[in-house]
Write a protein that binds this ligand. Structure first.
Ligand code: ADP
Ligand code: ZN
Length: 746
């Protein structure tokens, strides 16, 4: 990734109300440029103002991007309808949208749409109706004082003595009646209506609250961050520390410093829905929760949060990658926790990497950004090694907790019984752990019961009709499911190919199957599965995390949902059922990702007072990833991985960009892919591989072909690709997606 220059893009000056009185308005639509609109008499507009404008028969919301640029001739110029009463989008915010659009080769309007995702937030919130009890009011003749009515009135008794008014919804809920009861009382003249101004977001976090006393190492790290945030200015820092070293406590100090200066702080987490523990911790540290931003928010929460952020009323936002596009007036620091996590890569719509875009945002805004990880991405590691990024290290766990021992279990020798998946040594360790009153976790990054169902008579495999993928058996749900398109169907009673009955067999394990084995081995143990499809929503995840933390479970069987930053003091054994899983498929980052994931899983063990133990079941104990994990030789692994990437000219030493051609008609897809192949840029140092069928050659009914451009690190790939695409005609039924710096090769 290349950092943006703060001076990129045209300067936005000039008298907007000059002779022409026109402005360019960028619309959150897939349009190539901003359109001109006339500024009506009596309206004054500045760049960044959010306005409503006509577009054909519709009215759309847009942002004043600058002075009119002559894109519309005077005769056809339409007038801005109105300006919304919200603070204008900042200059940095607008430059950021342009930068993301240019870098990811997405239309600017499309990026703007991510920033303007909550149109309802532009309108001032409506006051809500609430009631007080009217003093000395008598019910009208014939009005019956039913029990529900009495209960509602009783709830309002304290308003006679100055208590706060209550909304009909609240009253109905507490009195256990419908809102019509409340309305009936109001119509009878027994209640006094009042209009409440909408509630604000609650108390702000208090930066002045003291944090825990930090160890010398932590204090030095915190002091470095405080100084950076205090002085301001762009810098990227890698906060590199082992799991449990107190990285979170340390970056809280950076947040406190930003708040002290009256600025905002943004914390990105890879999967905010899994972050209940983080939120609790933050609230304890700062006496109030941060604002959250993620896909689970209700419409009303999104609206209130967006508006409050724009108005500068929200000091701390914690969110998923989309939180980058919120309208911060004056960000003081950005933290990207678990910066190596692949969840930061948005793979649909505008394809972008939130960590990289966050660095760009910090650069444009002139503020420090902290990238946090125990296993940094190789990109970040190399940037820190070459001093492009600063590095702060926390080499040991806080409070004397030791890192767990990691053993490799060679499945070729230490074999599980047939159609079972836990090796004898792992079973023994589980038994010991349970006997000692401790907790164990079995990790398998595969949902469902079995990844493949086949016919034992004819060998037929159950495959998704829309995707190049097997259907996964989910025994609890009694279904076969496609994990790519969501297709579900019942398990067939007979083979759909040869018609034999009772021949369909499950192959390989998913978490449900491991749970079955655990139940067989330890019928009395309290066991549960933790996977994204067994836990519905953040509440369920939170409840599960609490149960594990409170030791209400003995064995947890989980996917990567469970690997993320949780802190479970009684968890002393982690068994990884299939440590080789991520290495299959062998894409560019397979080894790196496997290392990071297993390291993170291992980091769940022994975080409390009791030491932890990790057992990795593998068929390849000699693989460098396994060797490095067992030896605790992180940097040795990185070095080897870096050498291999350098040798191959692969990221971060070279650059990649992918084109994915897709459509419903495979012949046409092939034709366009071949044409792109022929028109591909060629040079001494620039190569294009493909077209080739994507590993997911069929996805949701669309056929897919890939081309991969490979270039030296210093190459700017965007102009090359723009030129390339301009030389090939793309029919409307064919989509060509551009993925700059691809992370997925499927
Ligand atoms: P990391 O983010 O590096 O995994 P955490 O910040 O989560 O580490 O710290 C691990 C555990 O140690 C947490 O429970 C945290 O509250 C505790 N901890 C870390 N530093 C301190 C400290 N200075 N004083 C008290 N507790 C601490
Ligand atoms: Zn499918």
């Amino acid at each position: 990734m290349r950092e943006p220059s703060a001076s990129s893009g045209p300067a936005l000056q000039g008298d907007l109300l000059g002779a022409e009185a026109r402005v360019a308005v960028l619309l959150p639509l897939p349009l190539r440029e901003a359109y001109d609109y006339r500024v009506p008499d009596g309206m004054a507009l500045v760049p960044g103002d959010v306005v409503e404008v006509p577009l054909g028969p519709r009215r759309v919301i847009g942002v004043v991007w600058g002075p009119g640029a002559g894109t519309v001739e005077s005769g056809r110029l339409k007038a801005v309808v109105r300006r919304f009463d919200v603070p204008p989008m900042t200059e940095v915010g607008r430059r950021f949208i342009e930068w993301v659009a240019a870098y990811t080769m997405t239309l600017p309007g499309f990026v703007l749409r991510m920033a303007m995702s909550v149109p309802s937030a532009l309108e001032p919130p409506k006051p809500t109706l609430a009631y007080l009890r009217k003093a000395d009011a008598e019910p009208p003749p014939g009005f019956k004082m039913t029990d529900p009515r009495k209960r509602v009135l009783a709830l309002l008794d304290d308003t006679l003595a100055g208590g706060p008014p209550r909304t009909p919804g609240e009253l109905a809920e507490e009195a256990g009646c419908g809102v019509t009861v409340v309305r009936g009382l109001a119509e009878a003249g027994l209640l006094e209506p009042v209009l409440l101004e909408p509630t604000t977001l609650g108390r702000p976090p208090d930066w002045a609250r003291p944090g825990p006393s930090l160890s010398a190492n932590q204090e030095a790290a915190a002091e470095d961050l405080r100084a950076r945030v205090g002085t301001g200015g762009y810098s990227t820092v890698l906060l590199d520390g082992v799991t449990g070293s107190g990285k979170t406590e340390v970056y809280y100090e950076a947040i406190a410093t930003a708040l002290k200066q009256g600025k905002q702080a943004l914390v990105l987490l890879p999967e905010i829905a899994l972050s209940a523990q983080w939120l609790d911790r933050f609230a304890k540290r700062f006496g109030a929760p941060p604002a959250e931003w993620h896909s689970e928010l209700t419409g009303a929460q999104r609206r209130d949060t967006w508006r409050a952020i724009a108005k500068g009323e929200v000091p701390v936002v914690v969110g998923a990658r989309s939180a980058l596009f919120l309208p911060y007036p004056d960000l003081g620091v950005i933290v990207v926790d678990e910066e190596h996590d692949s969840a930061y890569k948005q793979e649909e719509g505008a394809i972008y990497h939130a960590r990289d875009m966050a660095v760009a945002r910090a650069h444009l805004g002139g503020l420090p950004i902290v990238l946090v990880s125990a296993t940094p991405s190789l990109e970040t590691k190399v940037n820190a090694d070459s001093h492009r990024y600063a590095r702060i290290e926390l080499p040991s766990r806080h409070g004397g907790a030791v890192l767990p021992d990691i053993d490799l279990i060679d499945l070729r020798r230490d074999r599980p019984p047939a159609r079972h998946w836990l090796a004898p040594s792992v079973r023994k360790a589980l038994t010991e752990t349970l006997a000692g009153g401790e907790q164990a976790m079995l990790f398998l990054n595969r949902r469902g019961y079995a990844p493949l169902t086949l016919c034992r008579a004819c060998g037929h495999r159950m495959q998704c009709p829309n995707c190049t993928a097997w259907l996964v058996e989910h025994r609890l749900a009694r279904k076969l499911q496609c994990h790519h398109c969501g297709l579900q169907q019942p398990l067939p009673p007979s083979c759909p190919s040869c018609g034999e009955e009772g021949t369909m067999a499950a192959c390989g394990p998913g978490v449900e199957r491991i749970a079955e084995e655990v139940a067989e081995l330890y019928p009395d143990a309290r066991a549960a599965i933790m996977a994204s499809d067994t836990l519905f929503g953040p509440r369920a995840i939170q409840e599960m995390v609490r149960k594990i933390g409170d030791h209400e479970l003995d064995i947890v069987i989980g996917t990567q949902v469970m690997a993320k930053g949780h802190h479970f003091p009684m968890l002393t054994l982690v068994g990884v059922v299939d440590a080789d899983l991520g290495l299959n498929g062998g894409d560019l980052r397979a080894a790196e990702r496997t290392y990071q994931l297993l390291h993170q899983v291992a980091g769940r063990a022994g975080r409390g007072e009791r030491p932890g133990r990790v057992m990795l079941q593998t068929f390849m104990p000699e693989h460098p990833v396994m060797q490095a994990l067992a030896a605790g030789d992180r940097d040795g692994f990185y070095q080897l991985e870096a050498e291999m990437r350098q040798e191959a000219g692969m990221p971060p030493f070279g650059r990649l960009a992918a084109l994915i051609v897709s459509g419903e008609d495979p012949t046409l897809v092939d034709r366009v892919a071949m044409a792109l192949g022929r028109a591909a840029p060629r040079g001494e140092t620039v190569h294009v591989l493909g077209p080739a069928p994507a590993p997911l050659a069929l996805l949701r009914g669309r056929h897919r072909r890939r081309l991969l451009l490979k270039a030296p690190r210093a190459t700017q790939v965007q102009p090359l690709i723009a030129d390339w695409l301009s030389r090939v005609e793309i029919p409307p039924s064919i989509r060509v997606q551009i993925d700059v710096d691809p992370y997925s090769f499927l």
